[in-house]
Design a protein around this ligand. Structure first.
Ligand code: NAP
Length: 343
């Protein structure tokens, strides 16, 4: 596979594959908000959505059914339609001359595919061979606040627990949380269709399969492997516990990290204060810390509860709480930021 590092034409012809989904709709809003230059926009989804209209820059755009012929003349193809669709159609898009930015996990760990969070490793984009991968949303929400610390005082170990919103499983899962909540409040039974367990007034281990060899589920395995790849640190020790909670959007993370040298809470606060993509929300006096409701619709990852880990006598460990809108920085926004680097 060969490809130009940047696109030749500006403004580019853009395709969104999965335009009707939770990430797809936010991709449209991010492109609008950031005034991304677009010569032509092609909206693609499954045959179920063919003929639907979605607004972009005040004009309705008709959704077409994805097919082999969809990519003729496309410069950048933003995929957010799951792994199976990406595996099947990303090579078709690349063969037609497009650069693919994929939100699924299909190519993230492939050697020749850069896994990019622009604040951290934008230089990786140039080595793409047609496909650039957007990392897992928990990996992005972990990596962005930890990178400024890691650069100053290498992080050797991360232990994290996630509290993941329903929308992380797509538009249908968001709808399921709403319907299940209404049914619960009305005292009606509700049979889950998307999740394996009741979503309302409940939480459960992430809805991906457990690897019997390790005991970790697929989400946790992705978070651990992808964080190592983003930080270009294959030896970094990471353990994740991923949990689904009854929140509509924005994932929350409780993270404890251990650095090579002693580090204090004030130093972490200083390192994060001016870092891109982060907003500190750490007001102990009024018990105001990062919350999904306040992170929803925001580009920045909110970080607070920054404190020394009392269980580490060496003073090398810090605990913090980070919340990010996983449909934005965890998916659509990060993909659009990568696309901006291709212009
Ligand atoms: N949700 C998140 O927070 C998040 C975060 C990071 C990454 N991602 C990744 O982003 C991707 C999309 O996630 P999502 O949450 O937006 O899911 P979603 O709401 O379920 O949307 C899926 C989209 O893919 C389309 N699609 C499904 N099968 C297709 C097919 N065979 N051919 C063409 N289009 C097809 C759907 O079209 P129809 O409407 O026609 O069915 C829809 O537009 C997934 O790979 C997911 O892992 C999601």
């Amino acid at each position: 596979m060969t490809a130009n590092a940047k696109i030749a034409r500006r403004p580019p012809v853009l395709a969104i594959i999965g335009a009707t989904g939770a990430v797809g709709v936010d991709l449209l809003r991010c492109l609008e908000r950031r005034r991304f230059p677009v010569a032509e926009l092609r909206l693609l989804a499954s045959p179920r959505s063919a003929g639907k209209r979605l607004p972009f820059m005040g004009l309705p755009h008709v959704v077409a059914s994805l097919g082999e012929e969809s990519f003729a003349g496309v410069d950048i193809a933003l995929f957010s339609a799951g792994s199976a669709t990406a595996k099947r159609f990303a090579p078709v898009a690349v063969a037609a001359g497009a650069i693919v930015i994929d939100n699924s996990s299909a190519f993230r760990m492939a050697e020749d595919v850069p896994l990019v969070v622009p604040e951290i490793n934008a230089t990786e984009i140039a080595r793409h061979a047609g496909i650039i991968a957007n990392p897992n949303c928990v990996a992005i929400t972990t990596a962005v606040p930890l990178w400024p610390i890691h650069r100053r005082n290498p992080i050797q170990r991360i232990v994290l627990a996630s509290y993941q919103a329903a929308s992380g499983a797509g538009a249908a899962a968001m709808e399921e949380l709403l319907q299940a909540t209404r049914a619960y409040l009305d005292g009606r039974p509700y049979e889950p269709r998307v999740f394996g367990h009741p979503a309302a007034f409940n939480l459960f281990s992430h809805d991906t399969a457990i690897d019997p060899a390790t005991g970790y589920n697929a989400e946790e395995t992705k978070v651990m492997a992808e964080t190592r790849k983003i930080f270009a640190d294959p030896g970094m020790r990471i353990s994740a516990t991923c949990v689904r909670v009854p929140v509509l959007r924005a994932h929350s993370l409780a993270i404890t990290l251990t650095c090579a040298r002693p580090i204090g809470a004030d130093e972490v606060r200083r390192l994060l204060a001016d870092a891109p993509g982060i907003r500190i929300v750490d007001d102990g006096a009024s018990n105001h810390f990062p919350m999904p409701l306040e992170a929803s619709g925001r580009d920045e990852i909110l970080v607070g509860r920054i404190r020394r880990d009392a269980s580490d006598d060496d003073g090398r460990s810090v605990a913090l709480f980070a919340v990010g809108d996983q449909l934005l920085k965890g998916a659509a926004l990060n993909a659009v930021e990568i696309a901006e680097h291709l212009l």
